[in-house]
Write a protein that binds this ligand. Structure first.
Ligand code: GLU
Length: 277
């Protein structure tokens, strides 16, 4: 059975881009007689606002969506720690004490997620008293798994190329946020039985890393559906902190959510908003 999901982070209200993403995931499941899951990705300790989860549920119900809710990330920290311990035990993680500024200064290339970590701490003895993040040794990991492919329903078969993101962080320095998005989301999608990972094209590149993690951890391999993003007049994706009125504001102002959902499905977007490539 097909299982899709919508996995918002409660660090700001949802906007039209999220509504579109949730509708795509919901409809893909419903069209094929499958399940649509809601997962609250709430492990960003500093920025997470737990009260927003309730607002998200009200927004999705207002849009006329129905879902099964699975455990939030904060309830699954033990599984992230266990997976990280396993990879560390296999010699695939190394500690890194670099700051953001140091990485920006040392990076030779900029990848899809910003400056690519140049491997400064790889093979370096790090004082264990210092707070350290743990990074995946992507070259070593790939040497062990061999070449990998993954399939996006829209873009077709992809050769996994995780090196373009560099040695990503799997365990964050900040102890309040024990796992990075890459590790947590990959483990959760497997635990939730997600068969079609549905999300925006802004996360396309992340899938190269997720595919590698699946191979390393022996997780099932889903198919992906990276949908186009809603863009503003300047061609930028809608952002929580920028230009887009929140779904909660629209809902509280008395707008009809079912009409909005029907418009988004039909490609009728509000003035100034368009669907990207
Ligand atoms: N929690 C992520 C976000 O809100 C989405 C992650 C995903 O869909 O894989 O951007």
């Amino acid at each position: 059975m097909i299982v899709t999901r919508f996995a918002p982070s409660p660090n700001g209200s949802l906007h039209l881009g999220h509504a579109f993403s949730a509708i795509v995931a919901h409809d893909l499941a419903r069209e094929r007689g499958g399940r649509f899951l809601l997962r609250i990705e709430d492990i960003d300790g500093a920025r997470s606002r737990p009260e927003l989860a309730e607002e998200f549920r009200a927004d999705l119900a207002w849009l006329g969506l129905e879902w099964d809710e699975v455990a939030p990330q904060s309830a699954r920290v033990a599984s992230y720690t266990a997976a990280a311990d396993r990879l560390r035990g296999e010699g695939l993680l190394y500690p890194c004490t670099c700051t953001r500024a140091e990485i920006a200064a040392a990076a030779k290339t900029v990848g899809p997620e910003g400056p690519v970590y140049p491997g400064t701490c790889k093979g370096r003895a790090v004082d264990t008293g210092e707070p350290a993040a743990w990074r995946l040794d992507v070259a070593e990991a790939l040497a062990r798994t061999g070449p990998l492919t993954w399939t996006d329903e829209c873009a077709g078969v992809q050769q996994a190329d995780p090196a373009r993101l560099g040695d990503v962080v799997l365990v964050r320095k900040d102890r309040e946020t024990p796992a990075s998005y890459h590790l947590a989301a990959t483990l959760d999608d497997a635990a939730d039985g997600v068969t079609l990972v549905t999300r925006g094209r802004d996360l396309f590149a992340a899938t190269h890393i997720h595919r590698l993690l699946q191979a390393l951890l022996g997780l099932p391999v889903p198919t992906w559906h990276h949908h186009p993003l809603l863009l503003d007049r300047e061609g930028r994706k809608l952002a929580k902190r920028r230009n887009s009125p929140s779904l909660a504001d629209r809902r509280r102002a008395g707008e009809d959510g079912l009409t909005l959902a029907a418009d988004l499905r039909a490609g009728r977007f509000p003035a100034g908003i368009s669907l990207g490539e």
